[in-house]
Design a protein around this ligand. Structure first.
Ligand SMILES: [Zn+2]
Length: 99
């Protein structure tokens, strides 16, 4: 027999997950599980959001109504892509030299 005091209304409940008086979830194990799932979901959502945001700003400027901004966005994007390519090339070069 488990007697659990409801944290919300103070009623003592026996062998139930929810308070018989106010329907608050009083099973602490279940409560932790639900909270864990909630925070896990939130974390995954935030990660996805971060990834989207890092690409979104360039997409936004690429579709900007001012041509100059669009050109500028393309230039920055090209430089970024070139830097990435050079970085990959240098990494590859080092692998060749080291070998
Ligand atoms: Zn209660």
């Amino acid at each position: 027999m488990r007697r659990i005091k409801c944290p919300n209304c103070g009623t003592y409940n026996e062998n139930v997950d929810y308070c018989t008086n106010c329907n608050t979830l009083i099973n602490f194990k279940k409560r932790r599980e639900i909270e864990f799932k909630k925070s896990e979901k939130k974390r995954a959502h935030n990660e996805q959001q971060d990834q989207e945001n890092s690409l979104k700003w360039i997409e936004k400027y690429k579709n900007h109504r001012f041509l100059l901004v669009r050109v500028f966005a393309y230039i920055i994007y090209s430089i970024w892509a070139a830097v990435m390519a050079i970085g990959t090339f240098i990494a590859w070069l080092f692998t060749i030299i080291a070998a």
